[in-house]
Design a binder for this molecule. Structure first.
Ligand SMILES: Cc1cc2nc3c(=O)[nH]c(=O)nc-3n(C[C@H](O)[C@H](O)[C@H](O)COP(=O)(O)OP(=O)(O)OC[C@H]3O[C@@H](n4cnc5c(N)ncnc54)[C@H](O)[C@@H]3O)c2cc1C
Length: 376
């Protein structure tokens, strides 16, 4: 395995570095976080650089990169280093899922926003009575007079205030063992939203979504009827968390080298040295794990191993939060009683141990992968 970036990848990373240095983005992120607004101006600039084309095949306007996942990892790393809210970007590399599963019309609808940075779609599975236990979901669909009718309630649905489409998982009312996804146009009659407040990730919306007899066509089915499918989002969460932790670590190191206590920089106080060493170890582990999963995906036709993706999410959500928490401890008062970005980052990272699948579900998926591998 060789994670060394090619000259082309270095040039790509440099373009994002320049973009992040082109203005004081933190002021803009702070404003968006306060107002609970999606940072569209920043996301648009990223897409002008080709961010949403990294994972796309050339046939659909992609960059035709040899190693799209490794390249995306390197871009997440540089954006995270500048404290960027990469969590708002999950749907943009995910355009590749639409191409794999969508009909021509669905692909066209989503790709019409390519290059704009606009929020366009997300998937909705969770319900008030079905979180980790997805199979308990009650939202159902029923065929009547050549139409399909969707009824139920989804909860904690990210980006739902901003997107034009949601991919909704529902149960067949006439065959309860059959689960199907639908590509729902959010402007359809019968769709209602109720916004929720949350600890972090405030630059993205999160709502309860009510579906009251929403009328759909057969052509609104997403993928094959009765077919669930795996997505690479778990790895993306890990990539986002690792990148973000780098910014907190660098902030803490700059502070630790200049803040004097008891006659020397606090970076030379033993208890801080332990924190610094552990932060370095966690950052290195995250980096290696994520690049390895990306490298394997690139060498396996683009598919992420589900157990490796779950391991990345579980480890990185925890390790990055610990790094940021330790960075906060080292910065002490200036971190917790100020508008420093670490304050925002700490809130954001905590959510990732729950959203996108809890720690506990990631543990089960990781161990299941290992059991299968060693089955006689
Ligand atoms: C900010 C945010 C954004 C989200 N965005 C989306 C989205 O866009 N789309 C979407 O579909 N969902 C989304 N979710 C939902 C998220 O995926 C669920 O919250 C998550 O799967 C957990 O479900 P739950 O909250 O109902 O917890 P529960 O499933 O009720 O679990 C409660 C606790 O019990 C543990 N637990 C449950 N079963 C077991 C078990 N068998 N073994 C061990 N421990 C167990 C869980 O790990 C957890 O700690 C989002 C959630 C949040 C907080």
């Amino acid at each position: 395995m060789d994670f060394k970036l090619t000259d082309e990848q270095e040039l790509i990373v440099d373009s994002y570095r320049e973009y992040m240095e082109s203005e004081n983005w933190e002021t803009y992120f702070h404003e968006c976080d306060e107002k609970h607004e999606y940072p569209l101006r920043w996301a648009r600039g990223l897409c002008e650089l080709g961010f949403d084309q990294i994972m796309l095949p050339e046939s659909h306007g992609g960059l035709g990169l040899e190693q799209p996942a490794v390249t995306l990892m390197a871009v997440y790393e540089i954006l995270g280093k500048y404290g960027a809210p990469t969590y708002v970007l999950y749907q943009l590399p995910g355009f590749e899922t639409i191409i794999r599963e969508g009909t021509e019309e669905q692909i066209e609808a989503v790709l019409s926003t390519l290059g704009t940075g606009e929020q366009i779609w997300n998937s909705a599975c969770t319900e008030p009575g079905a979180g980790s236990d997805v199979g308990a979901l009650a939202t159902n669909y029923k065929r009547e007079n050549g139409k399909i009718y969707l009824n139920g309630t989804k909860t904690f649905i990210t980006s739902s205030l901003g997107v034009k489409y949601l991919v909704i998982m529902a149960r067949n009312a006439d065959d309860e063992s059959m689960f199907t996804e639908f590509f729902l146009d959010m402007s359809k009659p019968g769709v209602k939203l109720s916004p929720l407040t949350k600890l972090g990730l405030r630059m993205d919306s999160c709502c309860e979504v009510y579906l009251d007899n929403v009328e759909l066509e057969e052509s609104d089915i997403f993928g094959k009827e009765g077919n669930g499918f795996a997505r690479g989002e778990r790895w993306l969460v890990g990539a986002c968390d690792y990148g973000t932790a780098i910014s907190a670590f660098e902030d803490a190191m700059a502070h630790a080298n200049t803040r004097i206590a008891f006659g020397k920089p606090i970076s030379r106080q033993q208890l801080n040295q332990l924190k610094i060493a552990e932060m370095c170890i966690k950052l290195t582990n995250m980096k290696n794990m994520l690049y390895e999963a990306a490298w394997n995906a690139d060498n396996n036709g683009g598919a992420f191993d589900p157990a490796a993706a779950a391991m990345c999410k579980y480890y990185c959500a925890n390790a990055s939060f610990e790094v940021v928490d330790d960075a906060m401890q080292i910065m002490a008062g200036v971190a917790v009683a100020s508008e420093h970005r670490i304050n925002r980052i700490w809130r954001d990272l905590r959510v990732d141990r729950v959203s996108g699948g809890t720690d506990e579900m990631m543990i089960l998926a990781t161990s299941k992968g290992a059991s299968i591998k060693y089955k006689q």
